[in-house]
Write a protein that binds this ligand. Structure first.
Ligand code: PMP
Ligand code: GLU
Length: 398
């Protein structure tokens, strides 16, 4: 008999991780799968970061760390916030965690009581919705369209906020769309947020450095709302360090203190060696390795967008950041192959996996059931082959 808690029974598995796992299993069976499912840079961690980690081991950085992270690391994060984002934080406003995912979970669990509404502009990253549910919050989704570049307007935000609204979670650059809010758009949202002083925003800026349009702007920079914004960042994307597990927040002191307390009962401080390596990464200036990766991502994005736009029926936006495209695939709903009808993006994703041997993620888990997420964090050679296969498979549907 299943005696698990309602909490875990009601939690959905991460769709991104599930698809990545499925494609690994098929690959292990000998199938030539190209995985465009996981949002993970295909580059190696830069050598100078690896050297810092080796040194940390030799210098015996092997014991428990302070729960919110070494002071030296939190100082390096404060310097980074100032250098890159024009944001002034003190070390007591920083909490380092085992990945940005944990940073988000900490903040949500610290702010949300059962019944509080959590505003999620859709498409949203899969884990926002589930973490909000875990805290017994009520996700309140704001729909967007591909024509609006998947961005919400200030009026939409104003209409969504009521006395139960406690938090909004969003990312810019966005996973899964690659969209980026302009400074003017952020400022307009900030004006709405400033009118509700008990309303908070998690600004997930983990794709900060994967921006093809120019320099990143942090939401918290709009001074009137700095006390309402929790800025999330981490090393996974900008430094190709997904496996090292390090994320962090810059937040009002009372929120940082709460996250510190939460983390002290859950995981304690993150890995000592990763923290020492993170100091090296965050102090790198100029960030040559990051710039190289960004260049590669941009050229892959151009390739993917131009190839997808040649495919009949796909509606494709041109994303200025992150490493995803999020085409609208609804023109294929109702078409069939071998007697099987494609009823949803999830069906189409499974069809592409089985027939084209290409792994993608259906938009349902991101709150946008008409779209399909394609991660282009893989080589141009793989991308060209994958796009050819996708195009062939789609042309077989009638
Ligand atoms: N936020 C977004 C938008 C992401 O795409 C990811 C990637 N998994 C994360 C947070 C979590 O990153 P981390 O690897 O630091 O947990
Ligand atoms: N952020 C990545 C993605 O969206 C990694 C997977 C995950 O952590 O969910 O694919």
């Amino acid at each position: 008999m299943n005696t698990l808690s309602n909490r875990i029974n009601n939690l959905s598995e991460s769709a991104t991780i599930a698809m990545a796992q499925r494609s690994r299993e098929l690959k292990a069976q000998g199938l030539d799968i190209i995985s465009l499912s996981l949002g993970e840079p295909d580059f190696h961690t830069p050598d100078f970061v690896k050297e810092a980690a080796k040194k940390a081991i030799d210098e015996n950085y092997t014991t428990y760390t302070p729960v919110p992270g070494y002071l030296e690391l939190r100082e390096a994060i404060c310097n980074k916030f100032k250098r890159d984002n024009g944001l002034e934080y003190k070390p007591e406003q920083i909490v380092v965690s085992t990945g940005a995912k944990q940073s988000i979970a900490n903040v949500v669990l610290c702010l949300i009581d059962p019944g509080d509404e959590v505003i999620l502009p859709a498409p949203y990253w899969v884990s926002y919705y589930e973490i909000a549910k875990l805290a017994e919050g009520v996700p309140k989704v704001i729909e967007t369209s591909i024509d609006a570049d998947f961005k919400i307007s200030p009026d939409q935000l104003a209409a969504a906020i009521n006395h139960k609204s406690k938090l909004m979670i969003f990312s810019s650059p966005c996973n899964p769309t690659g969209s980026i809010y302009t400074d003017e758009e952020l400022e307009a949202l900030a004006e709405v947020i400033a009118k509700h002083r008990d309303f908070y925003v998690i600004s997930d800026e983990i794709y900060e450095y994967i921006n093809f349009r120019g320099k990143h702007t942090s939401l918290a920079k709009f001074g009137r709302i700095k006390e309402q914004v929790i800025t999330i960042n981490g090393l996974s994307k900008g430094f190709a360090m997904t496996g090292w597990r390090l994320g962090y927040i810059g937040a009002p002191t009372w929120i940082a203190k709460a996250c510190n307390k939460m983390q002290g009962q859950f995981t304690s401080g993150t890995c000592s060696i990763t923290q020492r390596a993170a100091i090296a990464a965050l102090e790198a200036d100029p960030m040559e390795a990051t710039a190289e990766m960004r260049k590669a991502f941009e050229s892959r994005k151009n390739l993917v967008v131009s190839e997808l736009r040649k495919v009949d029926g796909l509606q494709v936006n041109d994303p200025p950041g992150a490493f995803y495209v999020f085409p609208d695939v609804s023109a294929y709903f109702g078409k069939s192959y071998d007697g099987k009808t494609i009823g949803s993006a999830e069906d189409l994703s499974m069809y592409l996996l089985n027939e084209a041997l290409v792994a993608t993620v259906g938009g349902e888990a991101f709150g946008s059931p008409n779209c399909l997420r394609i991660s282009y964090a893989t080589s141009e050679e793989n991308l060209k082959e994958a796009l050819k296969r996708i195009s062939n498979a789609l042309s077989q549907l009638s």
